[in-house]
Write a protein that binds this ligand. Structure first.
Ligand code: ATP
Ligand code: MG
Length: 203
C-alpha cells in the first residue's frame, strides 16, 4: 500500500478507536442478562453451548435444560457428560418427550412440565451463573408451557445469572424479556443441497 493509503487507514482506525472507547466507557452496568438466539439459520444451539463452554472456562457454574430430545446424542452433550464431568454443570433433557416424531400431546406435555421443573429450579439457584434453555421457544409456541409463567421465572432469577434461550419462532414476550437478541438468518444450508447431516457438524 502507498504511504497516503496507510496514513488514511491509521486515521480511520483512530476514529474507530475513539467510538469503541466511548462505548466501553458508557457500558458500566454489571448484571446477568437474557440472550435470545432465534431465527431459521443454523447456529442457535451451537451458540448456546459455545457460551456455556466459555462460562465454564472461567470456572462459572452452569445449568442446561434441553426441551427437545432427538434420537441421537449430540457431540456437545457427549462432551459435557463424558469429558467434563458434571461437577460444575447441571444437565437435564426432556426424557421421553417432544420430538418431531411423537404426536402424543399428554406425553409431550408431561415431559415439558418435568423439564420445566428443572429449569425453574435452576432459575432460582443462586450458585448458577449461566442457565441455557435450549429449544425453549417451541414449548411456548406449541403451548406446552405457559408463556407468563416462563417469563416470570426468567425475570425473578438471581441478578447475576445469565439465561440463554434458543429456538426458532420465539414469541414476542421472549424478545421483550431479552437484553440481547440475535436472529440467525437462513441464507444457505448444505442439507438443502443434499449434504447429509454429519456427526460433529450437525449433531
Ligand atoms: P445447530 O445445533 O447446528 O446450532 P440450530 O440449533 O440453529 O443448529 P435447529 O433448528 O435446532 O438449529 O436444528 C438443529 C439441526 O437442524 C442441526 O442439525 C442443524 O444443522 C439443522 N439445521 C439448522 N438450520 C437449518 C436449516 N436452515 N436448514 C436445514 N437444516 C438446518
Ligand atoms: Mg437448536
Amino acid at each position: 500500500m502507498e504511504e497516503q493509503g496507510k496514513q488514511k487507514h491509521a486515521e480511520r482506525m483512530q476514529r474507530k478507536k475513539a467510538v469503541v472507547d466511548a462505548g466501553i466507557e458508557k457500558a458500566q452496568i454489571e448484571r446477568g442478562i437474557v440472550i435470545l438466539i432465534t431465527g431459521n439459520g443454523k447456529g442457535k444451539t451451537t451458540s448456546g453451548f459455545g457460551t456455556l463452554y466459555r462460562a465454564l472456562g472461567h470456572g462459572h457454574r452452569c445449568g442446561v435444560v434441553q426441551f427437545i430430545k432427538g434420537t441421537q446424542s449430540t457431540g456437545e452433550v457427549i462432551f459435557l457428560q463424558q469429558r467434563l464431568g458434571l461437577d460444575s454443570v447441571q444437565y437435564h433433557a426432556m426424557a421421553t418427550g417432544f420430538t418431531w416424531n411423537t404426536q402424543n400431546w399428554d406425553a409431550d406435555k408431561a415431559a415439558a412440565d418435568e423439564a420445566w421443573a428443572h429449569a425453574e429450579r435452576m432459575l432460582q439457584d443462586d450458585s448458577l451463573n449461566l442457565v441455557l434453555l435450549d429449544e425453549l421457544t417451541y414449548m411456548l409456541k406449541y403451548r406446552f408451557l405457559e408463556t407468563d409463567a416462563v417469563i416470570a421465572a426468567i425475570k425473578a432469577r438471581p441478578a447475576h445469572q445469565t439465561v440463554v434461550v434458543t429456538g426458532r419462532a420465539a414469541k414476542p414476550e421472549l424478545h421483550d424479556v431479552a437484553d440481547t437478541v440475535s436472529e440467525i438468518a437462513d441464507r444457505k444450508h448444505a442439507f438443502k443441497a443434499g449434504v447429509k447431516a454429519q456427526a460433529g457438524i450437525d449433531f
